[in-house]
Design a protein around this ligand. Structure first.
Ligand code: SF4
Ligand code: SF4
Ligand code: SF4
Length: 487
């Protein structure tokens, strides 16, 4: 008898994380202690199970790997396939990329931070590559060519990226969308989410995904019952997106949603959440209207930070009264955990932790956003303003793997809380210093223009120092004690 690595497992390693095992087209990635990994590699060859070449300790490890389903037994030696063989990527591990494959869109949203042009606008301005016309792009190059996209896929493969979420603009407006999907799948990169406005989420699109054996989540904007079309700039989008949610539910594709809160749709939040729950939507993120890109033209509809937080405080009891219809995240200050618990996502650490060496932005260590014009930034808020993205590397001048070895991106993800405190001495002495941990750098860039990425995040600061943190914890202790009394 011999050991054999399960068919869909591959041996992979990255700088600082050299003992990885991944499952083909799956979210699974794990890292093993070196001695376990060595025993595993030794077993994936032609040494018989009962060979004295395996020490008693190794035999014990291999028994456990058999039980965990990583190894199986065979009658004859089965060498690793070329895909399974160990591959070492020279760069740091990056689990997933959120990738804007186009800046073009079929909507006309009044708040679009990209000022995304429609395909027709883009053709007229010469931004689409299929017309030989050279007028300058607006805020971002509208659309990378297919060849440029395929090159980015090759770069992701060379850097060992495991998953992507596709976005735009509107990702589905690309006629070659499924060529990009196929290239990703061929490169063993899982597509876990497609962000969309829903207009092109139809039977045909879902058929194409199903034919490839995948069911990504469709994450679609929904900006309120009877309010959606106003923000989206085109009549009929609300009807279309509701149809898209319903269709995904019927066909077993998971869905999530985003809600942009403003004066015109605060009143619709409760009923909209209930509706989304009925439509099978599993997650919802709510944030207030941000005044970037086209959004500056509708500044009169914007609400302030305090109005936003108050709206959430008013809504949270109703959310539980309605049976917590889905998983909700309210501007990073509240997130439910099932029907009877919650967390405050922006509360990063405990009061008495020694946090100086903690990373300033842990999220960017595992996830990157690539803008339509090739900037590699930590997240959409950072990429949404020129002042934010200009700090970061661009795929036109370097490669993803190189950027993950030495670039400002690496400097950014290696920034520590002590660097932040050195930059903001007032924060070091603040009673909330550990809980707040400086807030979110992307938010700082989006609101402040990105000149000083180490500046204070005023929204998070206000949440803690203006009493909102206290109010929400008090509110939740009353909401949860009422619901446990009822239970
Ligand atoms: S759907 Fe998104 S990309 Fe398209 S116009 Fe609206 S906000 Fe912009
Ligand atoms: S609450 Fe404000 S002052 Fe305190 S650590 Fe956070 S940003 Fe700094
Ligand atoms: S800067 Fe903020 S939004 Fe961006 S990745 Fe970090 S925590 Fe997330």
């Amino acid at each position: 008898m011999y050991y054999k690595l399960k068919d869909d497992l591959r041996l992979r390693g990255w700088e600082l994380l050299s003992t990885g095992i991944v499952r083909k087209l799956s979210e699974e990635v794990s890292f093993m202690p070196t001695e376990v990994y060595r025993a595993l590699q030794k077993a994936c060859g032609s040494v018989p199970i009962n060979s004295p070449l395996f020490s008693p300790k190794e035999k014990k490890i291999l028994d456990e790997l058999l039980q965990e389903g990583i190894l199986e037994k065979t009658d004859t030696p089965v060498p690793l396939t070329p895909e399974q063989k160990y591959r070492l990527y020279p760069n740091r591990f990056l689990y997933s990329v959120h990738w804007s494959i186009t800046g073009n869109c079929n909507c006309r949203c009044r708040h679009c931070y990209m000022s995304a042009p429609t395909r027709m606008d883009a053709l007229v301005r010469g931004q689409a590559r299929d017309v030989p016309h050279l007028s300058p792009p607006t805020r971002m190059d509208a659309e990378p060519t297919l060849e440029e996209c395929l090159d980015i896929v090759r770069q992701m493969e060379a850097a060992g990226v495991r998953a992507v979420s596709l976005t735009g603009g509107e990702a589905l407006v690309r006629p070659d969308f499924f060529k990009i999907v196929d290239a990703l799948l061929d490169a063993d990169i899982l597509i876990n989410t497609v962000m969309s406005n829903g207009l092109l989420v139809n039977e045909r699109t879902l058929d194409e995904f199903e034919r490839r054996g995948i069911k990504p989540e469709f994450n679609m904007s929904f900006d309120g019952i009877d309010c959606h079309d106003w923000l989206r700039g085109i009549p009929g989008v609300e009807k279309a997106v509701k149809r898209a949610f319903k269709l995904c539910k019927e066909r077993g594709f998971p869905t999530g949603a985003e809600y942009c809160l403003h004066k015109g749709n605060i009143h619709a939040l409760r009923d909209s959440v209930k509706l989304l729950g009925e439509l099978g939507c599993q997650t919802l993120k709510v944030n207030r209207l941000s005044l970037e890109g086209e959004g500056v033209a509708i500044a009169d509809k914007a609400i302030t930070r305090d109005e936003e937080y108050q709206a959430y405080l008013d809504y949270i009891p109703q959310f539980y009264e309605d049976g917590a219809p889905l998983s909700i995240m309210l501007a990073g200050i509240f997130s439910n955990i099932g029907k009877d618990d919650y967390m405050i996502p922006c509360e990063k650490n405990l009061e008495d932790e020694d946090c100086g060496n903690y990373c300033l932005c842990g999220h960017a260590r595992s996830q990157m956003y690539i803008t339509p014009d090739g900037y590699m930034v930590p997240c959409i808020p950072m990429g949404s303003v020129e002042g934010g993205r200009r700090h970061f590397p661009n795929l036109k001048t370097t490669t993803l793997s190189s950027a993950l070895q030495d670039s400002y991106y690496m400097d950014f993800i290696d920034m520590r809380l002590r660097d932040y405190f050195a930059h903001n001495p007032g924060c070091e002495s603040c009673q909330y210093r550990n809980r707040c941990a400086g807030g979110c750098r992307g938010h700082v860039a989006a609101i402040g223009g990105g000149e000083d990425l180490l500046a204070r995040d005023e929204d998070t600061c206000g949440f803690f120092r203006q009493g909102w943190y206290k109010k929400i914890t008090e509110l939740m202790s009353s909401v949860l004690s009422k619901s446990s009394n009822i239970g």
